[in-house]
Design a protein around this ligand. Sequence first.
Ligand SMILES: *Cc1c(COP(=O)(O)O)cnc(C)c1O
Length: 489
Amino acid sequence: MTSIDRVGSEMNAHEEMLHDLAADMTREAGVLFVEATAAYLARALSGDDAVSTRLDAHDIADRFDGPMPETGRPLTDVLAHIVSDVIPESNWLHHPMAMGHQVAPPLPVAIWSEALVAALNQSLAVWEMSPVASILETRVIQWMCDLAGLGPRAGGTFTSGGTEATLTALLAARNALFPEAWERGVERRPVIVCGADAHYAVARAAGVLGVGTSNLITVPSRDHRMDPAALRDIVDGLRARDIPIIAVVATAGSTPTGSFDDLEAIADICDALGLWMHVDGAHGASALLSAAHRGRLRGIERARSIAWDPHKMMLMPLSAGMLLVRDTADLDAAFAQRAPYLFGDGAEQRVRDHGRRSFMCSRRADVLKVWIALQRHGRAGLAAIHDDLCATAHALWWAIRERSDFEALHEPESNILCFRYIGSGGADEAALDALNAELRERYNRSGYGWITTTVLDGRRVLRVTVMNPRTNGSHVRAMLQRVAALAAG
Ligand SMILES: *Cc1c(COP(=O)(O)O)cnc(C)c1O
């Protein structure tokens, strides 16, 4: 091969590459993805297909076994592969019988927005990389802070979710208590206090922040909510022993039952002792949008920080999380409290460069889809969806009360309900635990519907999270009917 030939073939390869990129950038190429997505949405909504795969993990791994593709294929081939092998075996969250985890069947407008978020690919690290998105993030965060009633100094950041929001909040709280900790580490042995039903994000933060999970003090729950009297005893005891308390973490919409801690009572205790109250509202803070439900969050305006996930009850696609703080300076101090440039010149930049207030450097513009969804539906539209999800969970609770073969473990405060099959009664607890675990397995594997399970009050229970506005009373009754039929036969 002569050097001329080699240059020639490289040129051809280069031209071919440019040709492929141009072809994939056309409207026609985009339509292939739009059609596959719209077809999935239509079939999922119809409820005629299975909710989830019947294959096990090994079968799926076998299907995708093989070496990395050495050369590319036409886009139509790739789409055909996605349509035959990826979409059918995924969890169909838009199916009205999908009532599993706290993951949204995303709002259609947010689904289409994702392509735009990717196409524009604005990084939220600094304003110059995202001239509009940075401003929109400030705008949306401000709207949310106002809904929470956090006051004039409030601010925040988008996050990958509630776990990062709570980690960042507790980092800010740690640095507020120990201003030297960023550089020198934690030299005294502080604790973090949370409820027994808190999400594991809190324990994880304790581990990551060098506090240690054994220094996470859990307050007993009463009716699945933090017991404020027990909290008072615990913090009084810690104070008497001179043990520093980084924060008290309240939960607004707990993971197991969707219950709301009494934020007013917890804030009274925190304020009296000057303690940082963090509200983990990853699931439940969306109730702030709702005139009917926002009362459950009374006292949230007294939080020093709040975690709130739009990718839960605002039905955003993963990921969209938020951390709100009552005083933006707390968040500035979370990551670089000794950096003088933050507090010197460039105040303008300090406000606009969100990377200074985030654990992440490169960060996608998740705010865009939230902002677009708010333009499309408004607060009232999102509130109507939120309230509908809660109403359907409540309809399930009523349906269970009307039957003798199931029992509910609590009345739903949001869109989550734990219940169990008890049959005609008389079975012992161990047998019921085993039966309910087995029923969940068989029900989900049938493809008819999809629910979850957890351990609540020491019992194995079934758990439903209503995330789909298309799920209604007849769907939740059909779920009970099918589970009962499985138990009978
Ligand atoms: C979902 C949830 C989390 C975790 O949030 P991610 O977005 O999954 O990181 C934390 N706390 C509560 C109460 C939650 O419901």
